[in-house]
Design a protein around this ligand. Structure first.
Ligand SMILES: [Zn+2]
Length: 202
């Protein structure tokens, strides 16, 4: 932290809180605050109000873990979705990106992260037990593993495959079209829909 003698206390507190977010160091916290303070006061207050509102209303779906405002998300509640197929993603935003392609009509399961032993993210920290429970108690025909094509995403996919292969179910992995190291939420819809179309059986 910078010299707190000249750094106003309120600024110090804000930076400290934001820099504690995973993936946010002190520099990105400072950048966020600089940008926020450059906005007209009314706009920055609206921004923070939107964040408060979001924290108050948004929580994971009790069924699939997708971020929602209700107990069950819109996908889980939609009777027209294909209930025989479940797509496993790292984060809700990956599922939102897949939805934008309009190519996928099944259900989702959100892990809320990816395996990363170095960061202490072990299988018990992820939403994996509830996936196994869902697969044992539903008549799914296929699981599509759509973790990101990164080292951690691949390790997570392999782990899931080993956990799920005992079930009488097709396990596929999206692959084609996504460059290694990319993330789903940043992929364009075309690339992502190709990746879904060309999923491979594991
Ligand atoms: Zn749901």
């Amino acid at each position: 932290m910078e010299d707190t003698k000249i750094l106003p206390q309120a600024l110090h507190n804000a930076i400290e809180h934001i820099s504690q977010l995973p993936g946010y160091g002190e520099r990105s916290a400072q950048k966020f605050i600089e940008n926020l303070l450059q906005l007209p006061k009314g706009e920055s207050i609206e921004t923070i109000r939107a964040l408060l509102d979001m924290i108050d209303k948004i929580h994971p779906c009790i069924e699939c873990g997708l971020l929602t405002e209700e107990d069950k998300c819109k996908v889980c509640k939609d009777e027209s979705r294909d209930r025989k197929i479940v797509c496993v993603v790292e984060e809700s935003f990956d599922a939102f990106a897949i939805e934008k392609t309009g190519k996928y009509k099944g259900l989702y399961h959100v892990l809320h992260g990816r395996l990363s032993p170095l960061e202490g993210i072990t299988p018990d920290k992820l939403n994996i037990n509830s996936l196994i429970k869902r697969i044992s108690s539903n008549n799914f025909k296929e699981v599509v593993i759509a973790t990101n094509p990164t080292v951690e995403g691949e390790a997570t996919a392999t782990y899931l495959y080993n956990q799920l292969k005992k079930f009488d179910i097709t396990i596929s992995r999206i692959a084609y079209g996504l460059p290694f190291g990319a993330s789903l939420e940043n992929a364009d819809s075309f690339t992502l829909s190709k990746a879904l179309e060309h999923k491979v059986r594991l």
